[in-house]
Design a protein around this ligand. Structure first.
Ligand SMILES: Nc1ncnc2c1ncn2[C@@H]1O[C@H](COP(=O)(O)OP(=O)(O)OP(=O)(O)O)[C@@H](O)[C@H]1O
Length: 568
């Protein structure tokens, strides 16, 4: 358990005092929030330190959105995308004018047949580029008795349902502006556990899949496995053209360097083993020139690629912002999933195009909340995420829900350190213009965190992109510069944040060290600073030891903590 979860000495008997404290904090916070909101429209917050006196620290790569475009050499059409599709792209996504550096290399390869190992920084447009390329691939058509039948062309595996619906949303926006506009279900369908956005059951989704096999099927691994096991005719894995696994290092669990053996391969590994079983056999039974009496092949590569074509083994695309050497060794030497004779590795120029991310560490101590010692002060104008437009909206109050949770949680001690929650509530109230994300440890209860933050006057809710229009609104083009009259704090665990792209997100709060080590932090922090935007990541830790460890973690990614302005 994270040290931010309360020590075992925390007893229910101590709660009344904590409740009184929370109530008084909430009241004072709400006052702070009101005053702050009233002054937010002025936007330029007063700096206690004149910017000119403060030494400037280079934040991150310092490159803004233009850096992508500066390196650009081609247009989307020149990369092989259909011209009508490019027109639709520019209507649906007016800010997407030219391909990013990684998209320039990626899209032509997606349109080809090589396997792809894709690695670039978070927010560089990998997933978006994949979708553009995949939608332009020819559809798979099967010749069956009595004519032709469409089949699923691409299987797109993602770690969680929010990411599945984000990709669906992108495709829906694209197809809705095409003329004639194709039925969405023939282009894309989503397979996740539980009911989907439309409330369809698994049986209904299987029926739909059989009736109208989509061009792209987006799924989470567990849902894919369940459907495959339930009805093998619903999804013909042997006729796919392409398989994509996004966030592959997260989805494929391997024995670690310390020889910790994984207990169970997990659904992604199982499904890749099924789809690439024949490839694995080809790997194991290498070509023997002495048996090639007719001298058909000049090399192992030629033999292998010819076999692959004959057997129509699907192209495999594996993508992540973090692919460690150890993981790549597993892919190439153990998995048997990739054809290394027909493979392209695409990796981005480390920091080009990264947004300005400021990393801060707040430590909750008996004497209050402080910045980590040695945090660097930066010029105020660099730090500010400026607001341009205030949008009036009312906070949504769910009285019945609140009462229910009040009654429920009153019976059990809170697992959260009240100081940490207060620090987040205060930082949120003082610094967030529109939308922030709070990432809590996987073992911590998300509902309860939301409830406790609401008690502190924060407009908190669970990150759920499936909640009708509200969920979709988070995915629409917005801006980190937007100011809302009533900003939102979305609460999630690490497991549900990988790959998520919320254009208005400006701040990520992390409660504790997170549970994914360096790579986990990179992905959590990567929810901001996307496509050259600015962003802040504020880790709230509960003691000096944790602060030191967090500081070391930042050093491993070449960052140093920056002073978060509202605390000492
Ligand atoms: N060529 C482009 N021009 C402008 N914006 C773009 C372009 N390509 C992608 N974007 C935008 O950049 C954002 C990040 O894209 P995307 O989610 O594909 O990044 P990613 O590299 O997959 O990130 P992660 O590694 O976190 O999954 C999205 O909001 C997307 O709309």
């Amino acid at each position: 358990m994270s040290s931010l979860l309360l020590p075992s000495t925390w007893q229910w008997t101590r709660q009344p005092a904590a409740c009184r404290r929370a109530w008084s904090v909430a009241t004072s916070l709400q006052r702070t929030i009101r005053t702050h909101r009233a002054s937010t429209k002025l936007v330029d917050r007063q700096s206690s330190v004149p910017a000119a006196e403060v030494p400037k620290v280079k934040l991150s790569a310092g490159n803004a959105q233009e850096s992508y475009l500066e390196t650009r050499k081609s247009s989307f059409a020149a990369l092989g995308l259909d011209s009508r599709f490019v027109k639709a792209l520019q209507t649906a996504f007016s800010k997407v004018v030219e391909p990013t550096g990684v998209q320039e290399r990626l899209i032509p390869e997606v349109l080809g047949d090589k396997d792809i190992l894709l690695k670039d920084i978070t927010g560089s447009g990998k997933s978006f580029g994949l979708i553009l390329g995949l939608l332009n691939k020819p559809r798979k058509v099967l010749h069956v008795a009595g004519g032709k039948k469409r089949a699923v062309t691409t299987l797109f595996v993602v770690p969680h349902r929010d990411l599945a619906f984000q990709l669906l949303h992108w495709i829906e926006r694209l197809t809705s502006v095409m003329r004639p506009s194709p039925p969405l279900r023939s282009i894309v369908q989503v397979l996740v556990r539980g009911s989907d956005a439309a409330g369809a059951s698994r049986a209904e989704r299987i029926a739909e899949l059989k009736k109208t096999p989509p061009h792209i099927l987006i799924c989470t691994p567990q849902a894919l496995k369940e459907v495959y096991e339930e009805d093998k005719t619903a999804l013909k894995l042997d006729t796919l053209s392409t398989v994509v696994v996004d966030e592959v290092d997260y989805l494929v669990d391997i024995d670690d360097k310390n020889r910790r053996k994984i207990k169970h391969p997990g659904p992604t590994r199982e499904m890749l083993d099924v789809i690439y079983a024949r490839r694995k056999e080809l790997c194991e039974n290498q070509y023997d020139p002495s048996e090639d009496e007719e001298g058909q092949y000049e090399s192992v590569a030629e033999w292998r690629n010819e076999k692959e074509r004959e057997e129509e083994i699907p192209q495999l695309i594996l993508s992540s912002a973090t692919l460690k050497v150890h993981f790549k060794n597993f892919l190439f030497t153990e998995s048997g999933w990739l054809n290394s004779y027909n493979l392209v590795k695409i990796s981005g120029d480390k920091k080009s195009g990264a947004g300005r991310i400021m990393h801060s560490i707040l430590v909750t101590t008996e004497n209050g909340v402080k910045n980590i010692e040695g945090a660097v002060q930066i010029a105020r104008e660099e730090e500010e995420i400026r607001g341009m437009e205030a949008e009036e909206e009312e906070a949504e109050e769910d009285e019945a829900g609140n009462e229910y949770f009040n009654a429920k949680y009153r019976k059990t001690p809170s697992p959260f350190d009240p100081s940490g929650m207060e620090a987040i509530a205060t930082a949120f109230a003082l610094d967030v213009p529109s939308i922030a994300l709070l990432v809590i440890p996987s073992s911590a209860p998300v509902h309860r965190a939301v409830h406790e933050l609401r008690e502190l006057g924060v407009n908190a809710e669970i990150l759920d992109l499936l909640v009708g229009k509200k969920g979709q609104a988070y995915l629409m083009s917005g801006d980190v510069e937007k100011i809302r009259a009533n900003p939102r704090l979305l609460v999630a665990t690490v497991a549900t944040t990988r790959g998520v792209d919320l254009p208005e997100l400006s701040h990520v709060f992390m409660l504790g060290m997170g549970d994914g080590g360096r790579d986990g932090y990179v992905h959590v922090a990567g929810r901001v600073g996307r496509f050259g935007r600015a962003g802040k990541v504020i880790s709230v830790v509960s003691d000096q030891n944790e602060a030191v460890r967090m500081n070391r973690l930042l050093a491993t990614i070449g960052e140093q903590p920056v002073l978060f302005q509202h605390f000492d």
